[in-house]
Design a protein around this ligand. Sequence first.
Ligand code: SF4
Length: 324
Amino acid sequence: MDKVFSGIQPSGQLHLGNYLGAVKKWIELTKDHECVYCIVDYHAVTQDYEPGKMQDRIFEMTAGLLACGLDPEKCRIFVQSHVPEHTELAWILNTVTPMGELERQVQFKSKSEKQPDNLNVGLFGYPVLQAADILLYKAQKVPVGEDQVQHLELSREIVRKFKGRFGYKFPEPQPILSDVKRLKGLDGDDKMSKSLGNTIAIDETPKSITKKIKKAKTDPQRKKRKDAGDPKVCNIYTMHKFFSSEKDQKWAAKGCKSADIGCGECKERITKNIIEHLEPIGAELAKLRKDPDKVWAVLAKGAQSCRREAAANLDEVRKAMGLR
Ligand code: SF4
């Protein structure tokens, strides 16, 4: 079985964007891969944050993953800072990473623009820590969004540089690209993100889901009820693709293009389908919040297993470098 590594920031509550863009894929991959999934708190601290809230954010993210159906018996789930070998390998990989490659990373530029008063070295070296996360477990595959492809290319470059310098060969990690259309935020203009306030959380109440979808953007060209719409450009239709039966998807697509249905009706139908889909997830999440020990135990078990493997792999790396 190929090994998969993936990380997610402890941003707190999972929302539909995370659920559809990452978590569903993670669950699917556990069927035929050995999967290592990490809550990347060391990545998170490169951005402005409140230290007092970090543990709650880690807890909520983990509980959310479990509530969505990620089975800790079929994969390892752990917190990055619980396995210190990640940062040790990142330091080692820094020594073979060209500065110019890091300067070219698009994500560094966009993140720098978002936090001009906190341009720290950790943010600059973020892709090296990502490479360390993957290589520490000799993972062959990494599920990524298009915005992460450049970082993964850099990981492969680091593998080659390391082999050239020390003769030690990590596997070159390959991307598993998502084949599903990305869900935009409710504003229809950007990706779904908690910081942009355009999300639906996985345990949002039916009342709140209804209110948010009522206000969500649709096809901007469809200004009046009698105008035909284009489902391909409408985020509500993208939601139908994820949460509705084939019958409802056809109903929405046909009715939209012929103007037989209005956006109000279309939104009512998707609201009902999303509420039904999220109901068991929300119920499971509520149960886990009442049993925090169960959630922390999953992370402790994951860290214990990952530390064993990380220490052994790092030992090989140290030896190759003449370090003991
Ligand atoms: Fe979007 Fe549905 Fe309105 Fe068409 S009818 S524009 S798919 S909300």
